[in-house]
Ligand binder design. Structure first.
Ligand SMILES: Cc1cc2nc3c(=O)[nH]c(=O)nc-3n(C[C@H](O)[C@H](O)[C@H](O)COP(=O)(O)OP(=O)(O)OC[C@H]3O[C@@H](n4cnc5c(N)ncnc54)[C@H](O)[C@@H]3O)c2cc1C
Length: 399
């Protein structure tokens, strides 16, 4: 079979791979993007609840987790949120800020994917789907300038630069594989252990007595773990808890760690209960709590956690107990929902192995790792796509 030769082969037609194809293609490089999936950009399609949260106004390095917190700075400063917003504006796509700088498409996520594919095509790069990679090998010096051979079910391909953009392990149903880690291993690169992140928690059966009947209900909360805190709307699910602050804190939680939840942030329940006992003694606890919680939650709390009494019947010890349960709830966690529903994978290719300017592997010239496969993971809110865009772009500038 004839061998196809390209300047650049990118494995993975997701956010990072497409952006790399655009930037390399715009430099007149001959680029082929290959992906085993039937469609490109599956995660872009499902992102942001169908409205792709494509970046954030407030991209800062401290919104990323990585063993080397400085690594992400170079790429993020060279292809910024403003660069991506300029592309969205150029295509006339409408968007809005939801909260805390999170930019969502007004149109379905497909509009962002279509924009990426249009740019890819205009840059002259080609996307080839349903292509399974069997083997990658380094070519002997005599084949220069071609350095790598990629053997696939569609034939053999040689390239000068090989870019691995196959993402992390989250959502295997969407085409996620550990392929990128295998390639890193093949070339002797260190890989930091992975973990599902931005993921809901599952709770122990005794906690589920409270949470299961509340499934679908949300309430404001502050979640704290390992000196990190996130505020937002906590969602009860039939298996545990979810919602933005839960997903955020999951990145900082490890099995066995204590999670603390303030279900009444910004209030002093002890004072409220003492005041109620004095000034409205005949009021039931359930009624007072429903001033602060949805009625279904206050009813469930008075059935599962506390005995419903009139406020006059509450002792000081009762008040201390109720206040500490609601300000410092420490749910017994059984685990997370895992890669099945996680938005990202923490860990990955050790950043010590890569150049932060180009994303090239120090041990393997011409081999690049971009996007989620690298040990850089963002907070919820558009930070992960921005990392994919930025790391993809900077690699595309040099491949
Ligand atoms: C449900 C969900 C919603 C999300 N919403 C947001 C959001 O709104 N905002 C945000 O910033 N982030 C969001 N994220 C995270 C974001 O999608 C990822 O961080 C981002 O897609 C990573 O980009 P990537 O290009 O590195 O990997 P991916 O987008 O995962 O792309 C990897 C590509 O590689 C291909 N591939 C994998 N293995 C192989 C193989 N062996 N051979 C060939 N091809 C292969 C895959 O098919 C895929 O096309 C969300 C994630 C999920 C799961």
């Amino acid at each position: 079979m004839a061998v196809n030769q390209h300047d650049v082969i990118i494995i993975g037609a997701g956010a990072a791979g497409l952006m790399c194809a655009i930037s390399a293609g715009q430099r007149q490089r001959d680029v082929l993007v290959i992906d085993h999936a039937r469609k490109p950009g599956n995660k872009i399609m499902v992102s942001g609840g169908g409205r792709c949260n494509f970046t954030n106004y407030y991209i800062e390095p401290d919104r990323y987790l990585s063993r080397n917190p400085h690594f992400c700075k170079s790429a993020l400063s060279r292809y910024t949120q403003w660069d991506f917003i300029a592309m969205v504006d150029k295509h006339g796509l409408p968007y809005h800020e939801k909260e805390e700088g999170q930019l969502f498409s007004d149109l379905k996520s497909k509009a962002i994917l279509d924009m990426m594919l249009k740019e890819t095509g205009q840059a002259g790069a080609r996307v080839q789907l349903k292509t399974e990679v069997d083997k990658i090998r380094t070519l002997p010096e005599g084949k220069a300038p071609y350095r790598y051979q990629v053997s696939t079910n569609q034939g053999d391909y040689q390239c000068q630069s090989l870019v691995i953009a196959t993402g992390g392990l989250s959502m295997p149903t969407m085409g996620a594989t550990g392929f990128g880690y295998q390639v890193a291993e093949q070339f002797g690169l260190n890989i930091l252990p992975g973990k599902a992140a931005l993921v809901p928690f599952t709770l122990q059966p005794e906690e589920k007595e409270l949470t299961e009947p509340l499934s679908g209900l949300s309430t404001p909360a502050v979640l704290s773990c390992n000196k990190k805190s996130f505020t937002g709307s906590l969602l009860f699910t039939h298996r545990g808890i979810s919602g933005p602050p839960v997903l955020q804190i999951s990145s900082y939680w490890n099995p066995g760690d204590e999670l603390q939840i303030d279900l009444l942030p910004g209030t002093d329940l002890k004072e409220i209960l003492k005041d109620g006992r004095q000034n409205r003694p005949k009021t039931e606890l359930k009624t007072l709590l429903s001033d602060y919680f949805p009625a279904r939650l206050s009813k469930a709390l008075c059935e599962q956690w506390f005995k419903n009494k009139t406020l006059s019947e509450l002792s000081n010890a009762d008040i201390d107990h109720i206040a500490s349960c609601l300000h410092q709830w420490q749910p017994r966690i059984s685990g997370t929902e895992g890669y099945r529903t996680a938005e990202v994978t923490l860990g990955g290719v050790d950043t010590d192995e890569l150049s932060s300017k180009t994303m090239e592997a120090k041990k393997a010239p011409g081999l690049y790792f971009i996007g989620e496969v690298v040990d850089v993971s963002g907070h919820l809110g558009g930070f992960n796509f921005q990392w994919a865009w930025s790391s993809g772009w900077v690699a595309g500038e040099v491949v």
